[in-house]
Structures are given as C-alpha cells and as structure tokens.
Design a protein around this ligand. Sequence first.
Ligand code: SF4
Length: 185
Amino acid sequence: MPRYVMVIDQSRCIGCMACVAACKRENDVPMEHFRTRVVEMVRGEFPQLRTEMRSELCNHCDHAPCVSICPTGASHKEKDGTVQIDRKRCVGCKACITACPYDVRYIHPEHGWADKCSFCQHRLNEKKEPACVATCIGRSRRFGDLDDPESEVSHLLRENSWRVLKPEVGTQPHVYYINQFPRKS
Ligand code: SF4
C-alpha cells in the first residue's frame, strides 16, 4: 500500500492558478469555495525581500484532528495515508472545520457535507495524479509514494531541506514544502 504525499517546490510556482482552476473543474468545487489555494507572501528581510507563492491544501495529516473530532466517522484515514470524507455519513456539523488548523475545509452549500482536497481520490483509483499536479506547468507540485524510496517525492525529500505548515500543532502533515526563500542550508 502506498503512502501518498505531496511535495511543493516553492521556487517553481509562478502563481498562474492553473492548479486552482483544475481542482475546481475536476471536483466540481462551488465558485466561492476552494479545495486548494495559492497564497502570495512576502518573505525575507529588507532589502532582501521576495514575493513567494505558497500552495495550500489539506495536509492529509497523520494525527488529523478532523478525524478524531468527527462524531460520525465520516472523516477518516485511508490505508494509503489520505484523509477522506464519507459523504453519506457526514451530517455537516462543522466540527472538522473548527478542528482543522489549516482552514482547508468548507461545507458544500448545495449538499451540506464537508468537503476538502482528497488528493483526487477518484483519479488515484485510476492510477492518475491529482488534477492540480497534472496541470502544474511549473512542476511545482509533485505527488507520489513516500514508502517507495525510488519515488520522485522520496528523492526530493532526501535531497532538499523541507518544512511543513504549523509543525507545532502536532498534526504530522504530509504536504511538504521545499526551496522556500530564503533557502535553508
Ligand atoms: Fe484534517 Fe485539516 Fe489535517 Fe486535512 S489539514 S487532515 S482537514 S486537520
């Protein structure tokens, strides 16, 4: 069984938002909501400043508070490491939205269930990459199996220093960022 992760090379993102558009189209995300977003940030110290784009999405956390707080078991962890939502069991109580430290969930305005990035689970079942990864023209987003030492993501994480968002909250995220500015040695 794979252990799916995403690696985001921040030096390669040009902020074109193709990933955001592809995600919306692929997953029928309502206009006013997002499963993934690209945040523009200014990093560094004056005068060494740089604008940097940072993709954000569900981190498919190992210790996911959205899973532990879900009263019905709708939010759950799959064997491949992804965090998924069983829409039939979701009652739209929003507990997961409150629990997630990354603000990556929303309630679908039409259907009432919680929704978020699934790493395009339906595409994974067809041996395809998530739509955002397949669309990324800068190859900023990479996806693969962390348990395969020869996978591209394993190589990237071995060969680069990396970070995750909000490590202090103890969720053990599985979206990794490399080549942020200023670069770590
Ligand atoms: Fe759950 Fe939020 Fe972690 Fe995704 S990022 S697994 S929604 S706590």
